[in-house]
Design a protein around this ligand. Structure first.
Ligand code: TRP
Length: 464
């Protein structure tokens, strides 16, 4: 048994772990979703609430997930099995593995668009658009083209598989160490460009000056849910990455750095996008089409737009790729640890299966757009199932397990490993974490869950 454990792969360095985990966290959620939900929900005021949510539930749950992984050196199913010996808790891990599939299947579709848009940018296709309507038409014609949409899904999945195939250190860690600095540099360049445009102040004040009148209860729950999604929580991705971490490294300091990187990048993306959107007179509240429909118009209207459009979609694709590898890694780690498969075999089999599950999501934009379950097409259903059901339930049980089931004295012993001096200097960190993980996280996540299945709204209607 001990031989098996020492054979298991691990990160080469602490920085490697932090960059890989930040890579998982930083994704389409930061660059595509965060700006548009902030745009629709009052800009700065929404961002303020989002930051609180990140601190109150994001950071504590991230620490809990990494801790579960590092302690057991196992995938989500193995981690719960090792600590609880109960099939019910193992099933929570199993739900995470399934969520990995489901998320990757629709995430890969949007990532595929992003990849395809690099070529659109290179071809200069955006230069035909002077208004959002024509850009939206172009987006519509691309996504209704089955070959384009399935083809780029396949290429993107191929890239994801290639990295995971190469292993934890040689694939994921090395890939993250190359891609994350590139991502940071591109984003920085885009932010400077955005700020330097005439009329960018309106974009800046949109992000910096809160309009509290636009904040609703709905917006608060959205911020909570997004805090969760953006940190890749609730399905064992951070647990799996944590399982390759050394017990000599401090979890709280790694978690703070991951959260910091994720948050700062969402904010920089917001500044880059909104300064450009306002400077070119476009609508900040354009919703999910903000990136693929509004931004191409923005690029045609700004000096050097050709160059910056290529950079932007490259950035988006890199961000998606460092996230998709962590999704596939959860599934692969499960089959490697529990079923004793070879990594390469697991990557090929489950990479292909995930691609096949992604195909109906891709076809929801064309051939099977009319096939609906509960009023949602396949793509929306996969998104809804993962973001509103699997992730909140997973997150809820992860915090309950760490806070109430595992035994808090054992939790503390594990958490202190690698962080002895930190806790000696700042004992309050543990006190705060304990309160957050025991009370705030479960209650708040439960509220998000009730809201996403519509129950909270019913209760509110009944009593107010
Ligand atoms: N955090 C990713 C993003 O912001 C999306 C995501 C959610 C994710 N859950 C995940 C990525 C689990 C990897 C693993 O885009």
């Amino acid at each position: 048994m001990s031989i098996k454990i020492s054979e298991r792969e691990s990160w080469g360095s602490k920085v490697g772990f932090i960059l890989a985990a930040a890579g998982s966290a930083i994704g389409l959620g930061n660059i595509w979703k965060f700006p548009y939900i902030a745009g629709e929900n009052g800009g700065a005021a929404f961002i303020f609430i989002y930051l609180i949510c990140i601190a109150v539930i994001g950071l504590p749950v991230l620490m809990a997930e990494v801790l579960l992984g590092r302690t057991t050196q196992r995938n989500p199913v193995g981690a719960f099995k090792a600590l609880s010996n109960s099939p019910y808790w193992a099933a929570i891990g199993g739900m995470g593995v399934i969520a990995g599939f489901v998320i990757l299947s629709f995430y890969g579709v949007v990532a595929g668009w992003s990849f395809g848009y690099i070529f659109e940018a290179i071809k200069g296709s955006f230069y035909d658009f002077t208004e959002p309507a024509s850009s939206a038409d172009h987006f519509g014609s691309l996504t209704s083209n089955v070959t384009w949409i399935v083809g780029f899904l396949a290429v993107f999945m191929g890239l994801t598989m290639f990295i995971v195939y190469s292993g934890v250190q040689k694939g994921i860690e090395r890939g993250s160490k190359i891609m994350m600095p590139i991502l940071l540099i591109i984003l920085f360049v885009l932010m400077i460009k955005g700020i330097s445009l005439d009329g960018s102040e309106k974009g800046l004040s949109f992000i910096l000056e809160p309009d509290w009148s636009k904040v609703t209860g709905e917006g608060v729950l959205l911020a909570l849910g997004h805090a969760f999604f953006t940190l890749s929580l609730g399905m064992g991705a951070m647990m799996t990455y944590g399982s390759y971490m050394s017990k000599k490294d401090s979890i709280p300091s790694a978690a703070v750095q991951i959260v910091f990187l994720d948050t700062i990048i969402a904010l920089i993306a917001g500044v880059a996008i909104f300064t450009a959107v306002f400077a070119t007179g476009q609508d900040p509240a354009a919703g999910p089409g903000l990136i693929f429909q509004t931004l191409p118009v923005v690029f045609t209207k700004m000096p050097g737009g050709y160059f910056f459009s290529i950079l932007f979609f490259l950035l988006l694709t890199i961000a998606a790729l460092t996230s998709s590898i962590s999704l596939l890694e959860v599934v692969v780690a499960y089959f490697v640890d529990e079923k004793k498969w070879k990594r390469k075999q697991a990557v090929i089999v489950f990479g292909i299966i995930t691609f096949l599950v992604g195909v109906p999501s891709a076809l929801s934009f064309n051939l099977i757009a009319d096939i609906k379950l509960f009023g949602l097409n396949f793509f929306d259903l996969a998104d809804w199932l993962a973001s509103n059901i699997l992730l909140p339930i997973g997150g809820l049980f992860i915090s309950i397990f760490v806070a109430w089931i595992w035994g808090f004295d054992k939790v503390l012993i594990e958490m202190k490993k690698g962080a002895e001096s930190l806790f000696e200097l700042h004992p309050w960190i543990i006190k705060f974490w304990k309160i957050f993980i025991k009370y705030f996280s479960p209650v708040l996540i439960f509220l998000v869950f009730l809201h996403s299945i519509g129950v909270l709204d019913l209760i509110i209607d009944l009593f107010i």
